[in-house]
Design a binder for this molecule. Sequence first.
Ligand SMILES: [Cu+2]
Length: 177
Amino acid sequence: MRIRHALLAVVATTALAACGGQQATGAAPSASATPAANASTGATPTTALTITDPWVKTTESGMTAAFGTLANPSAAPITIVSATSTGSPRVELHETVGEGTAMTMRPKQGGFTIPAGGKLELKPGGDHIMLMDVTTPVQPGSEVGFTLTFKDGGTMEFKAVGKDFAGANEKYQPGHE
Ligand SMILES: [Cu+2]
């Protein structure tokens, strides 16, 4: 079963390029991670991750997605295993596969991993944080809260800003594994 929805996907590659090129606009909200109490394992708490220019595609209801650039300056990879949001009771970590009209998104197995010293750009047509069931409209300038949970148990909160984005349609494969 596939559910079409009018978000995310970028038909025009120019739009994708333009979007991907916009990073670190000074006024962007920022966030820092909260370390997990993980004394029993001695694992390094996830404190290093940052997100730059987080935003959410405006919508009246239904599905939308959050984007931004995650950066991991630490010496170990960081994996995001789940997310919650004030904007939707159900949130999934999605990847996009295929191209053009065949572009399809689905839950990303294992979550998002940001390599040591690396970045992961969440963007239309790529990985994104999916809000599955928006009940309060996301308007331009709206603030939507997110909490990311890491593999080591740590969490990170950030706020994303509503932005209009003229994306195209993407197909969604629920539960694809
Ligand atoms: Cu999605």
